[in-house]
Write a protein that binds this ligand. Structure first.
Ligand code: SF4
Length: 182
């Protein structure tokens, strides 16, 4: 990732390990989902091609976000196609209107209960973030991906087992999928 673009911030998923929520609390900022149209031109105004992580201080599919926000964010990304965009959500609602050669659609998998997410991921450039893991994910719940991230949540120690991460790592190593270990 070269830089983060946050035209949408905040989230109502309420994960107790949330780094973005902790930062919002520290600086006494609201963590309610919010749209920032003044940031929409940032990709277009950044002429150097980069890998752009979209909305790392919130979740674009959180309750309280709006489809109209997402459509404007997508249009803004389309205006600057020289970048590669990394999208990530706990609640993937991607459909074929999200598929672009330079967009990587991601979902967070924290345990076997997230198996449903496979069904709503579309396109070729699919990636998963196994960070943090809260349970053992069986091989049949591990899905094709172009890349995966595996790691422990920052400052969050409980619920972690090296074996969970090892199993995921071995699976994707056997599939020749690049792994970013954090
Ligand atoms: S989904 Fe992401 S942004 Fe939302 S509370 Fe959980 S960790 Fe934070």
């Amino acid at each position: 990732m070269d830089w983060a673009w946050n035209p949408c911030t905040g989230c109502k998923h309420g994960c107790d390990y949330c780094w973005a929520k902790k930062m919002a609390d520290r600086y006494k900022r609201s963590f309610e989902p919010a749209f920032h149209p003044d940031r929409l031109d940032q990709p277009f105004n950044t002429k150097k091609p980069g890998v752009v992580f979209v909305c790392n201080t919130g979740d674009i599919f959180s309750p309280g976000t709006r489809k109209a926000w997402r459509e404007k964010i997508k249009a803004a990304a389309d205006r600057a196609p020289w970048h590669t965009y990394l999208w990530l959500t706990k609640n993937p609602q991607y459909d074929d209107s999200w598929v672009r050669p330079n967009w990587w659609l991601g979902a967070t998998i924290t345990g076997p209960e997230d198996a449903w997410k496979r069904e709503v991921m579309e396109g070729e450039n699919i990636w998963y973030s196994f960070e943090p893991l809260f349970g053992f994910v069986e091989d049949e719940h591990l899905y094709d991906a172009k890349q995966v991230v595996i790691g422990r949540a920052t400052n969050y120690k409980s619920g972690w087992a090296e074996a969970w991460a090892l199993n995921v790592s071995l699976y994707y190593l056997s599939q020749n999928v690049p792994i970013l270990s954090k």
